[in-house]
Design a protein around this ligand. Structure first.
Ligand code: UTP
Length: 292
């Protein structure tokens, strides 16, 4: 059985929920405290043992490539000033090979993954969405890779969401479970409110076998007029087993405004440099708004 060594990070979406901030700046570069969102994702891939990453970019996404490139002028400057700690921080991603491919038109997540097919070839691979940061003792992608190693089948990361949120996600219809692992009869993208087959939602982490590309090749548009990865996974599931795995860890949705702000606050509260001052500020805010 081939091992999972490559990962796709789709980052070619328009980020319309953050306009106008994302008109000229990729959504994936919006910072959570002092690091762009996509850096947390790349870090998870590295910590999971991924050796090669391909980032799917598009129009206006040049900043992503610049971010993961070396900047010798900046490095020299930091070196001369003796700022070695920061120097180390800006070169974290050099521990992995990062490649890029452009999705010429943002036709949907399924299409973005399909754009990376030649890079993946005939191997199983991971997909990590830039919208979801997961903090876990064992990196989320690594948890899924272990499941893949045990079964040789595709594994989709899921977590439970409340009833009133199921329409925002791909939802699984489970047949049976063993521990955290589920056999699945159906994968449904964005079911209408009240029509979800369960509360187990797909959370932006996947291990897929290369046969998925056969289905993506001919996949028609689905929910939202986009080529959906979930629809192709459903077809894959009809020809070979696809498991869902309820991974351990906290998932932060940074793809929408409120999630982005709450994640920023939470990560800032874990940052020793600003924690105390932020707490004082927040306490003051809460006290004053209680008076109003
Ligand atoms: P989203 O639907 O959350 O991202 O896709 P979006 O389309 O950029 O956001 P909104 O809805 O317009 O605000 C999840 C991930 O898939 C990528 C996005 O960049 C994001 O990381 N994606 C989406 C692509 O790479 N290509 C696409 O055509 C669509």
């Amino acid at each position: 059985m081939k091992k999972v060594k490559k990962a796709i990070i789709p980052a070619a979406g328009l980020g319309t929920r953050f306009l106008p901030a994302t008109k000229a700046m990729p959504k994936e570069m919006l910072p959570i405290v002092d690091r762009p969102t996509i850096e947390y994702i790349v870090e998870e891939a590295i910590a999971s043992g991924i050796e090669d990453i391909i980032i799917v970019t598009g129009k206006g996404k040049r900043a992503i490539e610049d971010h993961f490139d070396r900047n010798f002028e900046l490095e020299d400057n930091l070196m001369n000033k003796g700022k070695f700690e920061i120097l180390d921080k800006i070169n974290q991603s050099s521990k992995v090979e990062i490649h890029y491919i452009r999705q010429k038109e943002p036709k949907g997540l399924g299409h973005a993954v399909w754009c990376a097919r030649n890079f993946i070839g005939d191997e199983p691979f991971a997909v990590l969405l830039g919208d979801d940061i997961v903090r876990a003792e064992e990196p989320c992608t690594k948890q899924l890779m272990e499941q893949y190693n045990a079964t040789g089948s595709s594994v989709i990361g899921v977590q439970t969401v409340p009833d009133d949120e199921t329409h925002r996600y791909g939802i699984i219809d489970p047949i049976s479970s063993e521990g955290r692992s589920y056999e699945v009869s159906n994968f449904v993208e964005k079911p209408a409110p009240g029509k979800a087959p369960s509360n187990l939602a797909i959370m932006g982490r996947y291990i897929l076998t290369p046969e998925i590309f056969d289905f993506l090749e001919t996949q028609e548009t689905g929910a939202g007029g986009e080529i959906q990865l979930t629809d192709a996974i459903q077809k894959l599931n009809e020809t070979q087993k696809v498991y869902a795995y309820d991974f351990e860890g906290v998932r932060y949705d940074v793809g929408e405004k409120l999630g982005f702000i709450t994640t920023t606050i939470e990560f800032a509260l874990q940052n020793e440099e600003i924690r105390e001052q932020l707490l004082v500020y927040l306490e003051d805010k809460v006290r004053k708004s209680a008076i109003i």
